[in-house]
Design a protein around this ligand. Structure first.
Ligand code: SAM
Ligand code: SF4
Length: 389
């Protein structure tokens, strides 16, 4: 625990008066998974005292993302440094019971409608099945999905399904073993494909494939990834590279813009807007048809956080593996829910801390082109794997 974190520990009375808010430092600080350079105590704000997770701009967060661990067994270049990150000590990670409690508060007191388990790599947690079974017991109808790199999923897909997992997003950026090894710094493409097979056999679905496109690395695979996904019944989703990497080497020039991704897909398929619409989903969805065919062959989604941000429709609220609420991926502030929980806050106390945290969600994340052009754009100190993507 850093001294800042130690000083952030507060008693139940203080927790009832207002949450501990952590203000992240600027990019000039060394890149770490640690969240904070300083902490402040914010008095309760003018957030509503009841109901769901509203913010000042009329958005309501119903889509809960919980990171269960910051560690990972891959080292994707756009996410983590080659040597990994300074991992959280086990004592700072939420336990299975703490995760269960936090999800219960989100669903029962704050109206969360869906849950995504993420990380780091969730499969690195040996008690993942136990975590999901506990959440399922409290929330029989909650859609529970997971974002995973699928390494090791071949042995765990069925137990996870039995525990109550419903849907899966698998990250897979390339179908070439050499490119996979270059991009993830691990030679595990076979394991990912085996994991996907097992997930399908276990009846987990729908299965979406997430690919981050990097110029000069895997941008030549857009059409072949769509073809492969459509053939196998997966929904392919392309994600613009965001400035959340551990190496701090992101450049705008490496981003393949959504419009270029669409144009490339249309060299081989026809695309039509998905009539189901986008709703609050981060991906703009398209129906894919093969040339000369009228039947829909499959679907593709494009997540254009950098060039066509969708902040106005955002319904997400995030909890990091050490139990901090983040209202936005790009926040410089986070709110310590876990300490309040460990100090004995009751469900309503936790719910109010969460309402206060979401009330001050920024209007937009500032990593869009306009934001990047601003001299004062600052990357958040936490990187993607430490937040939970
Ligand atoms: N380890 C799991 C995985 O890779 O699916 C879950 C955690 S990972 C942080 C969640 C998602 O974030 C993945 O789909 C990954 O591709 C994406 N991601 C990581 N770094 C990113 C970045 N810099 N820009 C855009 N997406 C990123
Ligand atoms: Fe690990 Fe996922 Fe980050 Fe890749 S994207 S390093 S698999 S957390």
């Amino acid at each position: 625990m850093t001294t800042e974190h130690a000083s952030a520990t507060r008693g139940p009375v203080a927790a009832a008066l207002g949450a501990t808010v952590t203000a992240s430092g600027a990019t000039a600080l060394p890149s770490t998974g640690a969240p904070a350079s300083r902490t402040t105590t914010r008095p309760a704000n003018d957030a509503p005292r009841e109901g769901g997770l509203q913010d000042r701009f009329g958005r309501v967060a119903t889509d809960l993302r919980v990171s269960v661990i910051d560690k990972c067994n891959l080292r994707c270049t756009y996410c983590m440094p080659a040597d990994g990150m300074p991992w959280l000590p086990t004592s700072q990670l939420m336990s299975a019971d703490e995760i269960r409690r936090i999800v219960r508060v989100a669903v029962h007191s704050l109206g969360a409608e869906e849950l995504r388990i993420t990380g780091g790599e969730p499969l690195v947690r040996k008690d993942l099945e136990h975590i999901i079974a506990g959440i399922r017991a409290d929330n029989p109808d909650l859609p529970i999905s997971m974002t995973t790199n699928a390494v090791g999923l071949d042995k765990r897909a069925q137990p996870l399904r039995d525990a109550g997992l419903t849907r899966l997003n698998v990250s897979l950026d390339t179908l070439h073993p050499e490119t996979f090894a270059e991009l993830t710094r691990r030679p595990h493409l076979d394991k990912v494909l085996a994991g996907l097979e097992a997930a399908r056999a276990a009846g987990l679905g729908p299965i979406k494939i997430n690919a981050v496109l990097l110029r000069g690395i895997n941008d030549t695979e857009i059409v072949s990834l769509v073809d492969w996904a459509v053939t196998h019944g997966f929904e392919m989703r392309f994600i613009e590279d965001m400035p959340l990497d551990g190496d701090r080497s992101w450049t705008e020039g490496a981003v393949i813009p959504a419009r270029d991704i669409r144009a490339e897909i249309e060299t081989a398929f026809s695309l039509a807007p998905d009539p189901r619409g986008r709703g609050a989903a981060p991906a703009e969805r398209w129906e894919v048809r093969r040339p000369g065919e009228t039947a829909v062959a499959g679907h593709v989604g494009i997540i254009s956080s950098v060039t066509e941000p969708f902040c106005a429709a955002c319904t997400r609220t995030r909890v990091t593996a050490d139990g901090r609420i983040r209202s936005c991926l790009f926040s410089h502030e986070e709110t310590d829910l876990l300490t309040a929980l460990r100090d004995g806050a009751d469900d309503e106390g936790l719910a109010q801390i969460w309402r206060d945290a979401m009330w001050v969600k920024p209007r937009a994340h500032g990593s869009d082109r306009v934001g990047l052009a601003r001299a004062d754009f600052v990357q958040p100190q936490r990187t993607m794997s430490a937040i939970g993507g």
